[in-house]
Design a binder for this molecule. Structure first.
Ligand code: SAH
Ligand code: SF4
Ligand code: F3S
Length: 466
């Protein structure tokens, strides 16, 4: 059987199972609870698409659900603990509601340790699947409804069947689009290559078709997703790079904004940097995770760039687009990090001047190379974390305040969390802006004059709309 025959066969089977559940199962309220990154958020959108095909309704309260799906994250210990806590809390609900089905999926289920722990400690879990076989959900539900105690399927690598799965996106006007799956980098602290499998690029034609379709249905902004988008194309059997893809997406009529997540500093090409000047739809925002400022630490992290390489890249980016907003992931307390290493991180942050940052305390992940290295005491890690924020936040505030008096184009996303007569949205540079507005503004790109700012968000006044 060829790969495409196999896929066809599997899809026929999935369609059959979905039809069975749609017709034969009565109680169909579902809730999907998502942990982790944008990859997981988008996977949940695919799960919801499958659920809707089977006739499920989405509910917001766990108590109303007949099916609860936890889409899990393994990146740090705390992420896993949250899921164990939730599963513990579900015990009573399951006891009082015999028909309730509990499914656990996502990155934790790809790790033997966490999966085995769930199976052992939470016998109430009915269904388990991984990150590379979301499309198996109907089959697993089917066997669960037919009395199977635990329906489980974990697959190491994708076989491309995701192409057939749609997604019910959280927002109609901004959409996540996978351009690749997996990661080959094996940074020594990171669990993702073990939970998401090897790097595989989607076919550009499928990506373009998906985006054209989204735009026809009202999408204004796409965020291209991959663990390392700069190496997009390497697994294709012809010459086509991430910059080529960006340029082709830029040509799609009706699309207004392009973003991408995440770039690895070792693979960022000059061509990609030039895209920030050349492509009018590419937003002036670059998330370029540095992780640490010390070349020695970076080496032990297997990041394959030095502090100087990183700073040189940033210099090039700023030269090509002086208004670009920069964002990063930074970790403190990586094994063996000395005070001097940490000061290198602070120094780098002062030089780059990030607009936004995602900061983490190193968390030991079993069976990664860093787990065997000499660990930094917790107290030191926490102290360094506070010192890092003391450097990052005032810079962020200064950069945000520099926008006061300027007009920004804001894609309005929601009613503001602060006040219900306010809305919130993002500038092209991904800054969060709150301003007076109403539900009617949602999904529109609005001109907003910035009147105030702090380290995390801006406040503005609407002056016009597109
Ligand atoms: N592929 C992306 C990031 C994936 S994970 C990239 O390479 O940038 C998101 C972030 O979580 C990482 O950038 C890193 O800063 C953090 N992270 C990963 N493993 C971690 C660990 N063991 N402890 C603490 N933070 C971690
Ligand atoms: Fe993890 Fe490194 Fe891959 Fe990012 S590039 S997902 S940090 S291994
Ligand atoms: Fe994302 Fe967490 Fe998995 S960060 S890739 S959901 S381990």
């Amino acid at each position: 059987m060829t790969n495409s025959d196999l896929i066809k066969d599997l899809k026929d089977n999935v369609n059959e199972r979905m039809a069975f559940i749609k017709e034969n199962i009565d109680k169909k309220n579902a809730i999907v609870i998502t942990h982790g990154c944008q990859m997981n958020e988008h996977d949940s959108e695919k799960i919801i698409w499958l659920l809707e095909k089977m006739g499920y309704n989405q509910v917001n309260d766990i108590k109303d659900a007949d099916l609860i799906i936890l889409n899990t994250c393994s990146v740090r210990h705390s992420a896993e603990d949250k899921v164990y806590g939730q599963l513990g809390n579900l015990k009573n609900l399951k006891n009082s509601k015999k028909d309730l089905k509990i499914a656990v999926c996502g990155c934790m289920m790809q790790r033997d340790e966490s999966r085995n722990y769930v199976i052992e400690k939470f016998p109430n879990v009915d269904i388990i699947f991984g990150t590379n076989n979301i499309w198996k959900l109907p089959e697993l539900l089917y066997s669960s409804f037919n009395g199977k105690k635990l329906s489980m399927d974990i697959e190491e690598n994708p076989v491309g069947i995701d192409e057939g799965i749609g997604a019910i996106r959280a927002y109609g006007f901004k959409s996540y689009v996978n351009i690749m799956y997996g990661c080959n980098n094996f940074c020594t602290y990171c669990i993702v290559p073990y939970t998401r499998g090897r790097e595989t690029s989607r076919n550009p034609k499928d990506i373009i078709r998906e985006i054209e379709n989204l735009v026809e249905n009202g999408t204004k902004e796409v965020t291209l997703l991959g663990q390392n988008v700069n190496s997009y194309g390497k697994s294709l059997d012809y010459d086509y790079t991430f910059s080529d893809l960006l340029s082709d997406i830029n040509d799609i009529d009706g699309l207004e904004r392009i973003r991408f997540m995440t770039s690895h500093p070792k693979d960022i090409s000059d061509e990609l940097i030039m895209s920030f000047k050349k492509l009018d739809k590419l937003c002036n925002f670059l998330h370029l995770p540095v992780q640490a400022g010390s070349t020695d630490v970076l080496k032990r992290m297997n990041r394959k760039y030095t502090k100087e390489d990183y700073l040189k890249t940033i210099e090039k980016v700023k030269k090509v687009n002086p208004d670009i907003a920069l964002s990063t992931d930074i970790m403190v307390g990586f094994p063996g990090e000395t005070e001097e290493d940490f000061e290198d991180t602070l120094d780098l942050c002062k030089k780059v001047e990030y607009d936004t940052s995602f900061t983490f305390i190193y968390s030991l992940r079993e069976n990664t190379p860093a787990a065997k290295m000499t660990q930094v005491p917790d107290k030191v890690k926490h102290e360094r974390f506070e010192r890092l924020l003391d450097v990052l936040y005032p810079i962020q505030e200064k950069k945000n305040k520099s926008l006061i008096g300027k007009t920004q184009k804001v894609l309005v996303e929601d009613i503001s969390k602060k006040r219900d007569d306010y809305v919130s949205g993002r500038t092209e540079s991904f800054k969060l802006v709150n301003f007076k507005g109403s539900r009617e503004d949602i999904g529109k790109i609005v001109d907003v004059k910035i009147i105030d700012a702090n380290s995390f968000s801006l406040e503005g006044e609407k002056i016009g709309q597109k």
